[in-house]
Design a protein around this ligand. Structure first.
Ligand SMILES: NC(=O)c1ccc[n+]([C@@H]2O[C@H](COP(=O)([O-])OP(=O)(O)OC[C@H]3O[C@@H](n4cnc5c(N)ncnc54)[C@H](O)[C@@H]3O)[C@@H](O)[C@H]2O)c1
Length: 401
């Protein structure tokens, strides 16, 4: 069998996978965002993860928005968003649309893998059913579904898609072999399983564990701050115990940690379980920026600066360091809140693709001498040199934590 893979959704997850796969297979990179496809065709990645050279395609691989180009594919990989609604319940509209799309071109013996973050059962009980509906084929007989959770960490060059262990799950030995061939061209480390629900569970609980650990650090940070106890020194001392796990406090944004606990909790609820521990991490992490707001205002006042006159600069607005992504950014929420109180509050983030985020003018560069105080919200590597200079000239400066 000649494998003809296609990736549906060319975002932070789909594009790196596609770029790896297209080195070995004639691969179709499909996105329904025509602008995204056009810019990728020109060799430009608005997410700033890849250079023009890296976006140069080998073989007969293509970027496309045309469903006709998917007709010959026999191995689909779906990497579209799985956000939550305002009330934090799972929003599967992008998944539904993708299944609708694939259903139109699905053929006998095709395989459809999902990489988006799910709760247990979405692949087999939701996606497979939709694919059946739109293709009129039968799952596990005429076509097969699989799940391979994505562990990619944007902005992290060390744990790129080719260097991390990938869980690959699908039923049937033959399908596992085909999946191994495809994913084996992405990374050498694969954990194969024929239990899809276990793979779905594994992904979501990895993120929950991290969210809870950061939540715990955030809570301890608050207590230390209020009691004038140095948090970093406390952690250094605690880390001398052999089984202490070190995590940093932080503003946990993005679309994984702030979303995944809700996916799992909604699944647990269906099983009659109220997840109190899992959601407690989210509760504290969602409100951490409010604590930071009070802390910053208090510290600015301790500098005896006038909030109506002083020129202050914020560094970084994205949801975490070294990424261009602003979605679910608590740095942005914090900035907006401070802006109501501080008249001359500028913000600089050279990594952001957009120049403006809803009425906020974002500077690409800045002159240190224009500001009396610099607040470092997101520690992008690109700021390192300037921060050294700021510290050298004894300019007033605050790190968030
Ligand atoms: N970004 C991460 O760090 C990360 C890490 C691990 C897992 N995930 C999960 O992977 C999934 C994708 O996340 P992402 O960050 O890559 O999202 P993204 O928003 O960066 O990219 C998604 C892409 O899918 C496209 N798309 C949406 N609907 C489509 C459709 N019907 N047909 C074709 N294309 C469509 C969008 O235009 C977009 O380009 C989510 O479930 C997320 O939770 C993300």
């Amino acid at each position: 069998m000649i494998i003809k893979p296609s990736i549906i959704g060319l975002g932070y997850v789909g594009l790196p996978l596609f770029l790896k796969l297209q080195k070995k297979f004639n691969c179709v990179g499909f996105d329904n965002d025509i602008l995204r496809v056009k810019t990728l065709q020109k060799g430009l990645d608005a997410n700033k993860e890849y250079t023009k050279k890296e976006l140069h395609l080998k073989n007969k691989s293509i970027f496309t928005s045309n469903i006709e180009d998917l007709k010959e594919s026999n191995f689909f990989i779906v990497a579209v968003p799985t956000p939550v609604f305002q009330n934090n319940s799972p929003n599967l509209k992008y998944i539904k649309k993708s299944c609708q799309l694939i259903g139109k071109v699905l053929k006998k013996n095709d395989i459809v893998f999902f990489e988006s973050t799910f709760y247990p059962g979405i692949t087999e009980n939701y996606c497979a059913k939709l694919l059946e509906k739109y293709s009129k084929l039968k799952s596990n007989k005429n076509f097969f579904v699989g799940y391979s959770p994505e562990r990619i960490n944007p902005g992290d060059k060390e744990h790129s898609v080719d260097k991390i262990n990938k869980i690959v799950s699908i039923t049937g030995l033959k399908n596992l072999k085909i999946a191994k061939q495809v994913y084996g061209s992405v990374t050498k480390q694969i954990s194969l399983t024929n239990n899809i629900k276990e793979a779905e569970s594994a992904k979501v609980i990895e993120n929950i564990q991290r969210d809870l650990n950061i939540g715990l650090m955030n809570e301890i940070y608050k207590v230390c701050y209020k009691s004038n106890i140095n948090f970093s020194n406390v952690i250094k001392l605690a880390s001398t115990k052999w089984n202490f796990l070190k995590f940093d406090p932080g503003l946990v944004g993005g679309h994984c940690l702030p979303v995944d606990p809700y996916y799992y909790s909604s699944f647990a609820k269906k099983k009659g379980i109220k997840t109190e521990v899992i959601l407690s991490g989210r509760k504290i992490n969602n409100s951490m920026y409010l604590f930071m707001y009070d802390k910053i205002i208090k510290e600015i006042k301790s500098f005896k600066l006038n909030l109506k006159k002083t020129k202050i600069l914020v560094l970084g607005l994205t949801y975490k360091k070294n990424v261009s992504d602003i979605r679910n950014s608590f740095a942005l929420k914090l900035y907006k809140l401070l802006k109501k109180k501080i008249k001359n509050l500028d913000v600089c983030d050279p990594l952001l693709a957009k120049k403006k985020v809803k009425n906020i003018n974002i500077l690409k560069n800045f002159n240190v001498n224009d500001y009396e105080l610099i607040l470092n919200f997101v520690d992008h590597d690109i700021f390192k040199k300037k921060i050294l200079k700021i510290k050298k000239i004894n300019k007033k400066y605050l790190d968030l934590f």
